[in-house]
Structures are given as structure tokens and as C-alpha cells.
Ligand binder design. Structure first.
Ligand code: CAA
Ligand code: FAD
Length: 379
């Protein structure tokens, strides 16, 4: 067993850290307050190779491993979790889904621009009445011969109004239940496709979350991903890797908050000494650091499983379940360490606390992660 990162891993980590500090930190408070999508920052992340990190270089990707992706996600998320969710959806759901299961034509058509961030993608599974219970899809894709007719509503779609390519899950054969579901590539601007209202959120407010409406949208047959009826397995398999990305986002939110708390504790004085000299504060820092290290190891282990072609659905779910709880606990304590200053925006920890909550909800709630884990244990 080797816990040493390679030179390449350290270089990716350093590049992501440098980018986050120099390009994301200035303006992050304003973007959060104004719910402003980090368009310029995402464009630069694309230029630096952060939007298609694991994509094969022949499709303009970075050809990197999942460990590099975890390291970069942590650094970006320390500063701006709104930018990192865009990165996570594009890398591990959209690019990975198309590269793993798409046809050669689909890969050549979509991956080169997705992998460079020239365009971004969205992953559309959730519906008003189908979140955790993802098999009960109400959106329909009627087979009309050489095309499908798509009707229905998707909810909570990240990159909803900024994406150019949407992976949409829909039911074609209701009598076959989840085995009748298909996945499609739908391009922005097709007739009958309307982007609904933007959600006004607690956290990750710079990200762009919308409902999407499809009314008699014609989707060419060649835009279906995989065989007829493969759509639910496509979604589950893609989400298994996506959860490593969100676990790393949670890890970054936690470690960002911890680093701020550590620094503040050595600067702020109370009762004549730095607050870091009070054991109550020291113990908080010790708990934070220990939990973050455990979350990091779970993220890296899941990434290692993926890179070495082992089953990673359980390790990814464990990483997400644990890291998202650590993100919540750590950010709450980081606000506490900052006292009143933690409650105002300039000190960043209140935003990280608000951002942390979503990591326990999207890409499968914590309860759903426990279902995934326990089913694997009881197999
Ligand atoms: N890989 C491939 N196939 C898988 C799989 C995996 N990891 N996990 C399950 N499947 C397959 C099963 O084999 C089964 O197929 P067969 O019957 O043909 O064998 C099929 O999926 C259905 O599985 P279950 O019987 O276990 O289905 P279920 O109804 O009990 O639900 C669930 C399973 C785990 C709860 C699932 O519905 C789920 O993951 N729900 C959460 C949905 C979710 O994560 N949504 C995220 C939306 S995207 C998002 O949120 C993005 C973002 O925010 C940024
Ligand atoms: P529900 O499924 O209604 O769950 C409500 C509560 O019941 C939860 O606590 C849940 O854990 C619990 N629960 C449900 N079933 C069970 C059970 N069997 N056992 C125990 N507890 C259970 N979706 C996409 O497809 N694409 C996206 O890009 C996307 N981005 C999102 C961005 C944001 C900001 C948000 C808020 C959501 C996003 N989602 C996206 C949707 C997200 O994946 C769902 O919100 C999530 O899966 C939960 O579904 P739900 O909201 O319908 O809650």
C-alpha cells in the first residue's frame, strides 16, 4: 500500500489550488450573493483542462485518472462549490457517460467541445415526483420509428440554462418498468424544449439550477445512448462515479472551512491569548482534521477502485455519505470558531456552511447512499 501521491498528482493539485485562489476567490462572495453563474471562470477551467479531466486526449480530454480528479475537485471546492458542481456534472456525469456508453459518432460529435469547456453539459434524471425514487420516471420517450417524441418535466437540473448538451432520462416502455427507460442526448434550442425558472437556493447559489420542460421534442434515434431499455442502468452506472465527484466536493468544502478556522484561531485573541490556545478550540480543530483525513482517504480509495477497474459503487457511496456529513459538521464548527465574524459573509465560512448541505442531498441523498451501501453488504 502506497499513500504517496505521484509528481503528476501533486502538479494537478497545485494547479487547481493556484487557480482557485487566484481566479475563484476574488468575486466568490459577490457571485453567491447575486446568484451569478461563474461563466468566465468555467471558461478558464476548460482552458486549463479541468472540464474533461478523465476524457481520452483523442477527444481533447486530459487523459488523467480519477485520483487527479478528486484532488482537483477538493481544491476548487475549498473556494467555490458553485464552480465545482459545474465541473463535477460535466466531468463525471456528462463526459464520462458519453465516453463510456456513447457511440463513436456521439463521442466525436460532443466530447471534444465538452472536454474543453467550450460547451457544458447537464444530466437530467430528477423530476417533480421522481427524485430518490428514480425508477418512477414520468417523462416519456415515445418510439416513432426514426425518432423519439419526448414529453415531460425535469426538476433541479444543474447547468439548466447554461448547458448546450443535456442527457435526458425518459420512459419508453412503462410496462417494462425501469428496464423500459432510455437515455438521450438532447441539444439546447430544439423545438419544444423550454428552460423553466431558476431556483433561488440556500447554497451553491452561483450554480444554475432549473426545471426543464419537454413538449413533443423530436429526438433522433441516433441520440439514444446504448440499447433500447438501457437508460436506467446508464443513469445508475454514471451516478456511481458522479458520487465520487460530489464526495470530493464535500471534502473540499470541509477542508476549505477547516483551513480558514485554523488560520483564524491563531490570529484571534480572547482572554489574552490566541483562541487556538484554548483547549475547546484545539479539540474542534483536532476533530475537523481527523474527519477530513478520513473523508479524503475514502474519496481516494473510491477513485483508486475506479482507476483499477474494481467495483466502486459501494466505496463511492461510502465516500459521499461520510464526506458530506464531515462537510456539514466541519462547516458548522468553523463558523463557531469564528464567533460573530463567522456569521457574516466576508469570512467565507457561512457560505461554505450553506454550500455543504446540498452534498447530503444531490446525486442521491444520504439515506439513498445507505440503501446502496447496505444492499452491497447484504448481496
Ligand atoms: N450500475 C448499473 N446498474 C445499476 C447500478 C449500478 N451502480 N445500481 C443499480 N443498477 C440497476 C440494477 O441492477 C437494476 O437493474 P436490473 O433489475 O435490470 O438488474 C436497476 O438498476 C434498478 O435497481 P434497483 O432495483 O436497486 O432500483 P430501486 O428502485 O430500488 O432504486 C436506488 C435504487 C439506488 C434508490 C436509485 O433509484 C437511486 O440511486 N436513487 C437516487 C437517484 C439519484 O441519485 N439522483 C441523482 C440525480 S443527478 C444529480 O443529483 C446531479 C447533481 O445534483 C449535480
Ligand atoms: P425525495 O426523494 O422526495 O426525498 C425526500 C426525503 O425522503 C429525503 O430525505 C430522502 O432521503 C428520503 N427518502 C426518500 N426515499 C427514501 C427511502 N426509500 N428510504 C429512506 N429515506 C428516503 N437532479 C438531476 O437529475 N440532475 C441535476 O443536475 C440535479 N442537480 C440538483 C441541484 C440541486 C441544487 C438540487 C437541490 C437538486 C439537484 N438534483 C438534480 C436533484 C437531486 O438529485 C434530488 O433532489 C435528490 O435525488 C432527492 O430527490 P427529491 O428532492 O425528490 O427528494
Amino acid at each position: 500500500m502506497n499513500f504517496q501521491l505521484t509528481e503528476e498528482h501533486l502538479a494537478v493539485q497545485a494547479a487547481a489550488r493556484e487557480f482557485a485562489q487566484s481566479e475563484l476567490l476574488p468575486g466568490v462572495i459577490e457571485r453567491d450573493e447575486l446568484q451569478k453563474f461563474p461563466a468566465e471562470q468555467i471558461r478558464k477551467m476548460g482552458e486549463l483542462g479541468f472540464m474533461g479531466m478523465m476524457v481520452d486526449p483523442k477527444y481533447n480530454g486530459g487523459g488523467m485518472d480519477t485520483i487527479s480528479y478528486v484532488l482537483a475537485m477538493e481544491e476548487i471546492s475549498k473556494v467555490d462549490a458553485s464552480a465545482s458542481v459545474v465541473m463535477s456534472v460535466n466531468n463525471s456525469l456528462v463526459c464520462w457517460g458519453i465516453e463510456k456508453y456513447g457511440t463513436e459518432e456521439q463521442k466525436e460529435k460532443y466530447l471534444p467541445r465538452l472536454a474543453t469547456g467550450e460547451i457544458i453539459g447537464a444530466f437530467c434524471l430528477s423530476e417533480p415526483e421522481a427524485g430518490s425514487d428514480a425508477t418512477s420516471q414520468h417523462t416519456t420517450a415515445e418510439d416513432k420509428g426514426d425518432y423519439y417524441l419526448l414529453n415531460g418535466t425535469k426538476n433541479w437540473i444543474t447547468n439548466g440554462s447554461t448547458a448546450s448538451v443535456y442527457l435526458v432520462i425518459a420512459q419508453t416502455h412503462p410496462e417494462k418498468k425501469h428496464r423500459g427507460i432510455n437515455a438521450f442526448i438532447v441539444e439546447r434550442g430544439v423545438e419544444g424544449f423550454v428552460v423553466g425558472k431558476k431556483e433561488n437556493k440556500l447554497g451553491i447559489r452561483g450554480s444554475d439550477t432549473h426545471s426543464l420542460m419537454f413538449t413533443d421534442v423530436k429526438v433522433p434515434k441516433e441520440n439514444r445512448i446504448g440499447d433500447d431499455g438501457f437508460g436506467f442502468k446508464f443513469a445508475m452506472s454514471t451516478l456511481a462515479g458522479g458520487r465520487i465527484g460530489i464526495a470530493s466536493q464535500a471534502l473540499g468544502i470541509a477542508s476549505g472551512a477547516y483551513e480558514l478556522a485554523l488560520k483564524y484561531a491563531t490570529e484571534r485573541k480572547a482572554f489574552g491569548v490566541e483562541i487556538a490556545r484554548h483547549q475547546a478550540i484545539q479539540f474542534k480543530l483536532a476533530d475537523m482534521a481527523t474527519n477530513i483525513e478520513a473523508a479524503r482517504l475514502l474519496c481516494l480509495k473510491a477513485a483508486y477502485h475506479k482507476d483499477t477497474h474494481q467495483d466502486y459503487s459501494m466505496s463511492g457511496a461510502m465516500a459521499k455519505l461520510f464526506a458530506s456529513k464531515v462537510a456539514m459538521d466541519t462547516t458548522v464548527e468553523a463558523v463557531q470558531v469564528h464567533g460573530g465574524y463567522g456569521f457574516v459573509k466576508e469570512y467565507h465560512v457561512e457560505r461554505l456552511m450553506r454550500d455543504a448541505k446540498i452534498t447530503q442531498i444531490y446525486e442521491g441523498t444520504s439515506e439513498i447512499q445507505k440503501i446502496v451501501i447496505s444492499r452491497e453488504l447484504l448481496k
